[in-house]
Design a protein around this ligand. Structure first.
Ligand SMILES: Cc1cc2nc3c(=O)[nH]c(=O)nc-3n(C[C@H](O)[C@H](O)[C@H](O)COP(=O)(O)OP(=O)(O)OC[C@H]3O[C@@H](n4cnc5c(N)ncnc54)[C@H](O)[C@@H]3O)c2cc1C
Ligand SMILES: NC(=O)c1ccc[n+]([C@@H]2O[C@H](COP(=O)([O-])OP(=O)(O)OC[C@H]3O[C@@H](n4cnc5c(N)ncnc54)[C@H](O)[C@@H]3O)[C@@H](O)[C@H]2O)c1
Length: 445
C-alpha cells in the first residue's frame, strides 16, 4: 500500500510527487507515455526552440538594408534536430532522478477499480491517497474526417515542413505554429469558427496581431467553421462554412488547434466514486480535493479549477495539493494575476484585467502604438503596442497587455507590479535601465 500514487509525470505530477516523497510519504508516480509531460516533451519547451529561430530571422529581416545584408532562412530539418537535443534525454533524466530520490516509477495507463485501488497493466495497486495530474489532449471535434488532423505533438515532430498547412482553431497553438511555419516557408491558413481568436487576450491587440499576421501571409479566416476533411491528392481538402457560405481550403496537412480537454475518461473515476466532467475535468474544492472522494486530489490541466491550463499553473496548483495533503486541508487555493503569452513574432501577452472589462468598469486605459518610440524604432519594429489599465483611485495597475518583440519580458514584470500592488505613480520614480521597455513606463502613468 502506497501513501500516495501520482498519476501523470508532467509539471503538476512531478511537483507533488517530489514534495510528498520528501515529506516521507511512500510515493509512486505513473505515466503511460515517456516521463516528463507535455511542457517539456511536446509543448512549451520544444516549441520555444523552434520559435526562437523565427524570432531571430524576423529581427534580421527587419534590419535588412539598415546595416544587415545577406539572407537567412530556416532550415527545418536542422532546426528539428536542434530541438530534439532538448527533448530526447528528458524522460530518462527525469525518471532516474525520481528513482534516486526513492520514488517508484511505473509505466502504463492507470484506471480506478475502486476508491483505493488502481489497475495498471493487469496489476492492482493500492494507495491511501491519489494525486491526479493527467493533463489534457486535443479535444474531439465534431468534424467529419477529424481523424486526418495532425495534433500539436505531430507538428512538433514533422521531419519535413509541408508546403501548405491548414490550422483548425484560432488559439495559442495555431497562431504560434502558423507564424513559425510561414517564416519557414509554408503557406498557412487559420480557420477560427467565431469572430474571436485568441480569447483571453485583449481584443484590440488581437486585431492588431491578425492584421500583422495577414501582412506576412498568415491567412486568418474568422467566422469559419470546419465541417469536413477529405483526402485530396497528396493532402486534404477542408470544407468549411463561413457565415452561411461554403468555403474550401487545401492543405498538405491539417493541424488541430481547436482546444484541449482534460484526460479523465480513461481513469474510470466512476469506479472510485470521484466526480468529474468530461469537458472541464476532475471536480475539486478550494483545497483541490475531489468533491466526492476525499482521498483524491487533482492539479494542472486535468483539474476543473479557475486557473488556466498553463505550465506555471500546473506547478502552482500542485504545490497546494501537497500542502493540503500534508496539512489536512490547511490552505485554500488563491490565484494571483496570471501572465500569459502567445509566442507569435511579435509576441502577444496579457496579465490582469482586459481592456473590455476596464471600459465597462470606467477605469483608465492607456494604449500606445509604441512603434515610433526609440525602444522599438531602433529595431525597426513596425508593429508594437502596449496597453496599461490603471485604477487611478487606488493608484494601482490592474491590467497590462503588449504586442511587440519584447512582450513576454514586459508582462512578467508587470505581473510583479500587479501582484504586489506597487503604486502606479511610483513607476515613474523608479530608475529603470534606459533605453528599455521598462524605462518607457514613466510615459504611461
Ligand atoms: C503545443 C503546446 C504548447 C504549449 N505551450 C505552452 C507555453 O508556452 N506556456 C505554458 O505555460 N503552457 C504551454 N502549454 C500548456 C502546458 O504544456 C500545460 O498546461 C502543462 O504541460 C500541463 O501540465 P500537467 O502536469 O497538468 O499535464 P501534462 O504535462 O500533460 O502531464 C500529464 C501526464 O499524464 C499522463 N497520463 C494521462 N492519463 C494517464 C493515465 N490514465 N495513466 C497514466 N498516465 C497518464 C500523460 O501521458 C502525461 O505525461 C502548451 C501546450 C501545448 C500542447
Ligand atoms: N503559449 C502558451 O501558453 C500556449 C501555447 C500553446 C498551447 N497552450 C495551452 O494549450 C491549450 C490548447 O491550445 P489550443 O490553441 O488548441 O486551444 P485554444 O483554446 O487556445 O483555442 C482554440 C480555438 O479553436 C476554436 N475552435 C474550436 N473548434 C473549432 C472548429 N470546429 N472550427 C474552427 N475553430 C474552432 C475556438 O473557438 C478557439 O478560438 C490552450 O488553452 C493553452 O492552455 C498554451
Amino acid at each position: 500500500m502506497y501513501d500516495v500514487i501520482v498519476i501523470g509525470s508532467g509539471s503538476a505530477g512531478m511537483t507533488t510527487a517530489g514534495s510528498l516523497n520528501e515529506a516521507g510519504w511512500k510515493t509512486a508516480i505513473i505515466d503511460e507515455r515517456p516521463f516528463g509531460g507535455t511542457c517539456a516533451l511536446r509543448g512549451c519547451d520544444p516549441k520555444k526552440v523552434l520559435i526562437h529561430a523565427s524570432e531571430v530571422l524576423e529581427q534580421a529581416q527587419r534590419l535588412k538594408g539598415l546595416g544587415l545584408e545577406g539572407s537567412l532562412s530556416i532550415h527545418w530539418e536542422d532546426l528539428m534536430n536542434f530541438k530534439r537535443t532538448f527533448v530526447q534525454e528528458v524522460p530518462e533524466t527525469i525518471e532516474q532522478s525520481l528513482k534516486d530520490s526513492g520514488i517508484d516509477t511505473l509505466h502504463g495507463r492507470a484506471r480506478f477499480i475502486d476508491r483505493e485501488t488502481i489497475e495498471l497493466d493487469g496489476r492492482q495497486i493500492k494507495s491511501k491517497k491519489f494525486v491526479l495530474a493527467t493533463g489534457a489532449s486535443p479535444a474531439e471535434l465534431p468534424v467529419e474526417g477529424a481523424g486526418y488532423m495532425l495534433s500539436s505533438d505531430d507538428f512538433l515532430e514533422l521531419d519535413h515542413l509541408p508546403s501548405s498547412i491548414v490550422f483548425i482553431g484560432g488559439g495559442y497553438i495555431s497562431f504560434e505554429f502558423a507564424h513559425l511555419a510561414k517564416r519557414a516557408g509554408a503557406d498557412v491558413h487559420i480557420l477560427q469558427r467565431g469572430g474571436r481568436a485568441l480569447k483571453g487576450f485583449d481584443t484590440e491587440l488581437v486585431e492588431k496581431l491578425i492584421d500583422y499576421s495577414e501582412s506576412i501571409g498568415v491567412h486568418v479566416h474568422l467566422y469559419t467553421e470546419a465541417a469536413e476533411i477529405i483526402p485530396e491528392g497528396q493532402g486534404y481538402k477542408v470544407h468549411a462554412e463561413k457565415e452561411g457560405t461554403a468555403e474550401t481550403f487545401y492543405g498538405d496537412i491539417i493541424v488541430h488547434g481547436s482546444g484541449r480537454t482534460p484526460n479523465v475518461k480513461a481513469l474510470e473515476l466512476e469506479n472510485a466514486g470521484a466526480a468529474y466532467d468530461e469537458k472541464h475535468g476532475i471536480t475539486v474544492n478550494e483545497y483541490l480535493q475531489n468533491t466526492t472522494n476525499e482521498n483524491i486530489y487533482a492539479a494542472g490541466d486535468c483539474a476543473d479549477t479557475s486557473g488556466s491550463p498553463l505550465t506555471p499553473l500546473a506547478g502552482f496548483e500542485a504545490g497546494y495539493v501537497s500542502t493540503n495533503l500534508l496539512e489536512n486541508n490547511s490552505t485554500p487555493i488563491h490565484y494571483g494575476p496570471i501572465a500569459s503569452a502567445t509566442f507569435t513574432v511579435p509576441g502577444l501577452t496579457a496579465v490582469g484585467m482586459t481592456g473590455e472589462k476596464a471600459s465597462a468598469n470606467g477605469l483608465s486605459i492607456v494604449t500606445e502604438d509604441v512603434s515610433s518610440w526609440f525602444t522599438y524604432k531602433h529595431k525597426n519594429e513596425k508593429t508594437a503596442f502596449v496597453k496599461l489599465i490603471i485604477d487611478k483611485e487606488r493608484d494601482t495597475v490592474v491590467g497590462a497587455h503588449a504586442l511587440n518583440s519584447d512582450a513576454a519580458s514586459f508582462i512578467n514584470y508587470m505581473t510583479l507590479v500587479i501582484q504586489h500592488e506597487i503604486p502606479a505613480s511610483s513607476l515613474s520614480q523608479t530608475m529603470f535601465a534606459y533605453p528599455t521597455n521598462a524605462s518607457d513606463l514613466q510615459y504611461f502613468v
